[in-house]
Design a protein around this ligand. Structure first.
Ligand SMILES: Cc1ncc(COP(=O)(O)O)c(C=O)c1O
Length: 479
């Protein structure tokens, strides 16, 4: 049933996506039928010559979609529909799970994503802003915009950055389609296929996606609770000769760590001496609700090595896709050419609406509310983790951002083993190994990332309870 599966290792599409797609097609064609058991991940990985994580990721994607279902100790099966997950007995010899109840995509408590809570998105304010700019600017609001971005927004961003200690002129602010595009444009402007990108391990999944698509080599430097271990940086640079360092120093995704001031200075000095630009990702910097974090790298940069990428997705709303790059000199021109080729300009209406929102003064009150809500939800998550997660599980207390980064006890199941069981219990999380630059790192397998910001207090509590129960069940069956 899985014979003749072929994956293209030279394709820009990640291998696990290719595999998920191929399995989906086989199910649609009836080659794989409801109730068919899939090969164990280790076996299929060996057959295809790919990593086991690739197969686990593909299975996980299909489990998420409800196309597959997992039964602890028995394996992974083709499900009829997502509804079939609620009725494991519909499949041959699958033990019923009394705690699973009736699951639907809505009733799964998703700790897995990276989005802010929808109920805190300022819908009314952004509607007012959109209406106001359409009324004020008419057709110009829906025409092409300058590739650099809407000039008043660039000026407002420069002013906003001053409050973070970053001195930027409007000319050096380039508006992008979210922070993700800011990162991609900087990378396209600076790196060629085969070049090395150095980052933390673990790191932001989106940067790994960009590196894969742009065919870069990624080298990771280990982290601890203070972020990048700068004492390892010089030797890593000598060993791998990177063209760029990517780093999110404040409320790092996935770990939540904040680099202290002295490490920031060490990083900048090493990068300057080695003449390697640093791409700083600041998307969570302002989502702080604990101690004030140190200034962004860009604010500390005496050497001119930092390119600052940021945006409004995490502090206002992600759907209007407004991000920006602070970039100077010849690089600015190169980034502009790449942006022009990518999408000509970021939508004018969205830029004008975000500008209107910023100059209306709505940001500070909105940000206060979001920070308070995130802090409350973090506290609920910490308390619930303490109560329901197994003893031996470890996490640190994030002072900002939306993630709890948890290391499961190594005496129990791995995150990938826990995942399908957790899904049957009605809770999902992000599998930590995916964030590591080298997934085979032994401890990587035991990490999970939970986004606590998207769920209400009662769902966080219930989600954590389900997670604890899933862990116990998975350990009992799989170990
Ligand atoms: C660290 C990090 N950088 C960048 C982004 C992308 O942000 P945007 O939605 O503005 O493209 C995310 C989104 O999750 C993120 O976590």
């Amino acid at each position: 049933m899985t014979a003749h599966l072929r994956l293209n290792k030279h394709s820009a599409e990640p291998l696990y996506r290719q595999l998920a797609r191929a399995l989906r097609e086989r199910i649609a064609e009836g080659v794989l039928c409801v109730g068919d058991k899939l090969p164990p991940s280790r076996q299929l990985a060996a057959q295809l010559g790919v990593s086991r994580m690739c197969v686990v990721n593909a299975y996980t994607e299909l489990l998420n979609e409800g196309i597959l279902m997992a039964s602890p100790g028995r394996g992974t099966f083709v499900a009829e529909s997502f509804g079939a997950l609620s009725d494991p007995s519909a499949l041959p010899s699958v033990a019923a799970n009394p705690s699973a109840g009736t699951l639907s995509p809505e009733s799964v408590i998703a700790f897995s994503g990276g989005a802010p809570a929808e109920e805190f998105l300022p819908v009314a304010a952004i509607r007012r802003s959109i209406e106001a700019v359409l009324e004020r600017d008419g057709a110009t609001a829906v025409a092409y915009e300058e590739t650099e971005g809407y000039p008043p927004l660039r000026a407002a961003v420069a002013q906003h950055l001053a409050s973070l200690g970053i001195r930027a002129t409007p000319e050096n602010v380039l508006i992008t389609g979210g922070c993700q595009q800011a990162l991609d444009l900087a990378i396209q402007a600076l790196l060629n296929e085969g070049d090395t990108l150095l980052t933390t391990s673990p790191t932001y999944l989106g940067i790994l996606d960009i590196a894969r698509i742009r065919r870069l080599r990624v080298v990771g430097v280990p982290t601890d609770e203070q972020g990048l271990r700068t004492e390892l940086l010089e030797s890593a640079i000598i060993a791998c000769r990177p063209r760029l360092i990517y780093i999110a120093p404040t409320h790092h995704n996935p770990t939540g760590s904040v680099m202290p001031l002295h490490r920031r200075r060490v990083l900048l000095r090493i990068a300057a001496v080695a003449d390697i630009p640093v791409l700083e990702d600041g998307v969570y910097h302002e989502l702080s609700y604990g101690a004030e974090p140190p200034p962004p790298l860009k604010a500390l940069d005496e050497y001119g090595v930092v390119i600052h990428a940021n945006g409004f997705s995490k502090i206002v709303l992600p759907g209007v896709r407004i991000g920006y790059l602070v970039v100077e000199g010849a690089l600015r021109q190169r980034v502009l050419r790449v942006k022009q080729a990518a999408d000509i300009c970021t939508p004018s209406l969205n830029q004008r609406a975000m500008h209107h929102f910023l100059v209306s003064g709505a940001l500070s009150g909105h940000l206060d509310r979001v920070r308070r809500a995130c802090q409350q939800r973090r506290d609920v998550a910490l308390k619930a983790a303490q109560r329901y997660l197994p003893s031996g599980a470890r996490w640190s207390v994030p002072s900002g951002g939306v993630y709890l980064w948890i290391e499961l006890p190594h005496s129990g199941v791995t995150a990938a083993q826990l995942y399908p069981v957790a899904l049957r219990h009605g809770v999902s999380f992000a599998i930590g190994a995916e964030f590591f630059t080298d997934e085979s790192e032994p401890s990587a397998a035991y990490f999970i990332r939970l986004n606590f910001a998207q769920q209400s207090a009662s769902r966080i509590e219930e989600g954590m309870r389900r997670l604890g129960a899933a862990w116990s069940e998975a350990c009992a069956v799989l170990r």
